[in-house]
Design a protein around this ligand. Structure first.
Ligand SMILES: *Cc1c(COP(=O)(O)O)cnc(C)c1O
Length: 417
């Protein structure tokens, strides 16, 4: 459910015609609906209302400050995977005691920043990381609160690049070694073990892998209780999928209900790290057609956004629905929607029916709220696009379009040139 809808023949974001925004700020731009974001966040959180829980938005899915500020204002936490994301979460006003920090390669500097910021906990992903964290906390005269991230070795049934809970993935500590790691964590003076965590993948449309992972976490919890650990947090990560075309992911209510059946009686706080399910369908990419051209067996619509702005189609072969900003009632045509970047991988959709777009038309690339701007780059020296948020009748830039000067920020000519 989102707030990108046609009124008469014009595509609106909430109460603002998208064409008006394009007129004022130019194209391409990302556009987010405040009502959609808050609705998704509320529906997800409310599903767990009868359980102690903390919703930590996955910052890597969309790290724009204004978006993070919405979660801060609604009592949300953050799941970060780098010092930069931690910096953003804090800058946006997210309470440090609602921030969890995952990632297989945390550096010493990042650990110091997180310890100084008093975050809720680290999700530790290796024995060496555990040792360094202990030494770092000791040097700083504090204790690091941690969960061990376990790789529960389940098959998440998603795109291979989006699977993280297989024995072949780099994430977490193998299930069979996890109790040993807990045992060694117990010996470390500056480590305070408080949780168990996992994250098995992204864009999951089936509930079973989550349940399988949760059951495995619960088995570990039982063992740890026997071993006299005081575990307060169970972190199931993120991963709930969304509808890009005809996927039928479980509703958050259904997801929550199934999870609660497994952990209802445990005296524990559940941490969830949703990203895509909150923000994926709350944003779109708006672009304008530059040219059209036809070859012997192909028709190309060339737009002013490129793979540097939205890399998901070429990186994951992912599908994004294409909609006209001005509805036409003409017959649909099969075409490729492509960008200006000098790469064959620079496409949004291939061989799909779409309106007979012509030069100057505005195109909405749907479901572009998650892993979209946050993955944008400057490849081909293209300034990254603007980001805009709509709330009711209001809209505001939340990030200016980059300039050519932004492109060369930090570059210097060496003395010997
Ligand atoms: C990416 C990630 C998430 C969010 O995944 P979604 O599929 O966007 O919900 C949560 N936790 C961790 C550790 C992640 O790496």
């Amino acid at each position: 459910m989102h707030y990108f809808v046609y009124k008469n023949d014009d595509l609106y974001c909430e109460n603002v015609p998208i064409a008006d925004i394009a007129e004022q700020i130019g194209t391409p731009f990302y556009l987010y609906s405040y009502a959609t974001i808050t609705r998704h966040f509320r529906v997800f959180g409310d599903a767990f209302n009868d359980l102690d829980h903390l919703t930590c938005f996955s910052v890597k899915s969309n790290s724009s400050l204004a978006i993070l500020r919405i979660f801060a204002l609604h009592g949300g936490g953050a799941d970060v995977v780098s010092g930069g994301e931690l910096f953003r979460a804090l800058r946006a006003g997210i309470a440090p005691d609602k921030i969890v920090y995952s990632g297989v390669g945390k550096t010493l500097e990042e650990m110091k920043l997180a310890l100084n910021s008093n975050i809720l906990m680290f999700n530790v992903e290796s024995d060496q990381e555990l040792q360094l964290l202990n030494i770092t906390a000791k040097d700083m005269g504090c204790k690091a609160t941690i969960a061990i991230r376990i790789n529960p070795e389940v098959e998440p049934k998603t795109h291979p690049y989006l699977a993280t809970g297989h024995s072949e993935n780099k994430f977490g500590i193998p299930l069979k070694d996890s109790l040993n790691t807990y045992e060694s964590a117990k010996q470390l003076e500056n480590i305070d073990v408080k949780g168990i965590s996992c994250h098995i993948g992204s864009q999951l449309t089936d509930i079973d892998p989550f349940l399988e992972a949760l059951r495995k976490l619960k088995d570990i919890l039982k063992e740890l209780t026997k071993m006299a650990f005081d575990i307060k947090f169970l972190n199931l990560g993120g991963g709930l999928g969304i509808t890009y075309s005809n996927e039928k992911p479980p509703h958050p209510l259904e997801y929550a209900k199934a999870l609660k059946e497994i952990i209802r009686k445990d005296n524990i706080t559940l941490i969830l790290e949703p990203g895509r399910v909150i923000i994926g369908n709350a944003g779109i990419l708006v672009t304008r057609v530059l040219y059209t051209k036809s070859t012997k067996n192909k028709r190309f619509i060339i737009v002013d956004a490129g793979m540097n702005d939205l890399i998901r189609p070429t990186l994951y072969n992912s599908f994004h629905a294409i909609q006209p900003v001005k509805m036409t009632h003409s017959e649909m045509l099969v075409a490729d929607l492509v960008g200006p970047v000098c790469e064959t991988g620079d496409f949004f959709v291939k061989d799909k029916k779409m309106p007979p777009f012509k030069s100057g038309d505005l195109v909405a690339i749907m479901s572009a709220g998650a892993y979209s701007f946050s993955m944008a780059s400057n490849y081909n020296s293209r300034p990254r696009p603007a980001e805009v948020m709509v709330k009711g009748k209001l809209f505001s830039l939340i990030r200016s379009r980059e300039t050519y000067n932004d492109l060369i920020h930090g570059e210097v000519f060496p003395k010997f040139l």
